[in-house]
Write a protein of this length. Structure first.
Length: 293
């Protein structure tokens, strides 16, 4: 573990990995992508015993929703819907002087969403429901990280792209390991939904897990593979009858992370659906820019 604050140059290398994103939030339901699938390699490679610093991250996802998984798990064509999702995230990192063996962070995330439908020739856009919350972690070994994060999503976004009047909580464990040039970062958790006063059906809890395995060719370039999965049970109404069928999806992707200037990075990834049921099939290009100071 880091018993003393790392040098400023080390902080600049560590900061861009940032902290886990609190998923796509309300935008996730619009694009039907797996929760937290925006994370990149080193997302949870986090320091302890350091001086406070800040990170700004901009994520962007371009999703072509022209295919869907039916109830039998077959991929079927559907009228095309293009979904563009941005996530603007600010994170404050610090390590308590009284307990330098742990790290803390607090973040605020604002989604930006645009949905274009070829069937209705319409376009809707605006700000999704913002997310905010803390995270805590420690290092079981010098090259490993283990932590927990929890975020609340507040239903105050634009009506066309927000999540209605439902509050949501995203809680998950995350971990990271570095072995030579190999990196592995991952998480597993749940999305809990509050009750809606407007909708008849109550959304079921979502389980999700996300994995990134990378190999650093050098200090600037790191290709990686991605694997994401989530499942959600049937929604039920007040009488207990199912209103929305259970859904799930497994996706796989390939990407590359470019690190430069010591405190910045750009990550590019393609992700596609491998199997699924009762939801849009993922077919997305994902970008991430991170800046630390």
């Amino acid at each position: 573990m880091y018993r003393n604050p790392p040098p400023r140059s080390a902080l600049r290398r560590l900061a861009p990995v940032a902290l886990a994103v609190a998923a796509l939030g309300s935008a996730a339901s619009a694009s039907a992508q797996v929760t937290f699938d925006v994370i990149g390699p080193h997302e949870y490679e986090l320091p302890v015993g350091f001086k406070p610093f800040n990170v700004f991250v901009q994520y962007a996802t371009f999703q072509d929703s022209s295919k869907l998984w039916n109830a039998s798990g077959n991929r079927k064509s559907t009228p095309r819907t293009d979904v563009i999702v941005g996530l603007s995230k600010y994170v404050r990192f610090w390590s308590p002087e009284s307990h330098p063996e742990i790290g803390l962070a607090y973040e605020i995330i604002v989604p930006e969403v645009n949905i274009r439908s070829s069937a209705t020739h319409s376009s809707n856009g605006g700000f999704g429901d913002p997310l905010t919350g803390p995270a805590i972690w420690y290092k079981p070994g010098p090259n490993t990280t283990l932590g927990f994060q929890t975020f609340m999503q507040v239903p105050v976004g634009d009506s066309d792209v927000g999540g209605g009047d439902v509050w949501k909580n995203y809680s998950s464990f995350f971990w990271d390991a570095q072995v030579g040039r190999l990196s592995y970062t991952a998480d597993a958790g749940f999305v809990f939904f509050g009750k809606s006063t407007a909708a008849d059906a109550t959304p079921a809890t979502i389980f999700h897990t996300n994995h990134r395995v990378g190999y650093a060719i050098n200090d600037a370039i790191e290709p990686f593979v991605a694997l994401d999965y989530e499942t959600q049970g049937s929604w039920t109404n007040k009488t207990g009858n199912a209103r929305v069928a259970r859904n799930r999806e497994l996706t796989a992707g390939l990407g590359v992370m470019f690190k430069y200037y010591g405190n910045q990075s750009i990550t590019v990834r393609y992700s596609g659906g491998v199997s699924g049921e009762n939801r849009s099939a993922t077919n997305s290009l994902n970008l991430k820019y991170a800046y630390a100071w």
